[in-house]
Design a protein around this ligand. Sequence first.
Ligand code: PLP
Ligand code: COI
Length: 340
Amino acid sequence: MAKEIDWSNLGFGYIQTEKRYVSNYKNGAWDEGVLTEDANVVLNECAGVLQYAQTIFEGMKAYTTEDGKIVVFRPDLNAARMADSAKRLEMPVFPEDRFVDAVAKTVEANIDYVPPFGSGATLYIRPYMFGSNPVIGVKPAQEYQFRVFVTPVGPYFKGGAKPIVIKVSDFDRAAPHGTGHIKAGLNYAMSLHAIVTAHEEGYAENMYLDAATRTKVEETGGANFIFITKDGKFVTPKSDSILPSITRRSLEYVAKEYLGLEVEEREVFFDEVKDFAECGLCGTAAVISPVGKIVDHGKEICFPSGMEEMGPVTKKLYDTLTGIQMGRIEAPEGWIKVIK
Ligand code: PLP
Ligand code: COI
């Protein structure tokens, strides 16, 4: 029985569900893993995650399709990205096939929390992993916990598909040769002051520029950028210090193969942003959130698509991507994992 939740009015928040998956790493091996009802984690005061922030995470969603199936979008890519994150933070890799299996098990165990088709809500899936044993010298933990929980969510930005206003941040998100390309908790801790500041000033998000030269567009705190040129090309920033968004990589494919657009993944200079016709943020949580205006220290860049609705190309990308995710449009081979 589906839960009594007002699906259409959900925001992006945490609602505790019934079961979560837990596996522990000790003496060089992962245990078999279990589903548990216990939502709390009890740790030693000196646990590696608490002292030196040794924690990584992932984010993906489960959907109810038009014909009533429950599916997850490309979890194998999240598994691979988490393996990359683990290696960069000197953590053991949770095997990729087991990652996908743990995600499937957790969704299935909370199947009543998957929002119905057409409700506008989805089930957000959060796998994560952290150093759990006491660590006082600066070194990696020897024991780890991998967990997966799920929570039903609505739109990440209030207003859903309404264009947002963002600002160019004075803070940097990621250093060259740093950790911007992995999904480490530390990248988000250091963005909190920037996002609180942006919100206080009335902006929905920050546009981060490259830390070395402050001339190139990187990403926001939780999504990659996509731009549409006036002649209809799809452009997205290429950088070693942004997160390789699965949504963005999927959109590059959709733009090219489904919509016949020319796709450019390249350095994008901030100076050229004013010349684009449309701008959007893309990610699991953001889906595609249109950007209507970017404010750079008082100077406004207003996209021709305006503040009322998504631009026409962004809309086509949005409809095609969500169509694939919700089973209205045929997906490329391997993109959809059916849970039930
Ligand atoms: N960039 C950052 C910093 C993120 O946190 C996310 C969210 O996962 C993304 C981009 C989008 O990535 P994905 O499309 O894989 O969710
Ligand atoms: C996601 O889109 O999954 C994210 O992780 C973005 C944000 C909630 C951190």
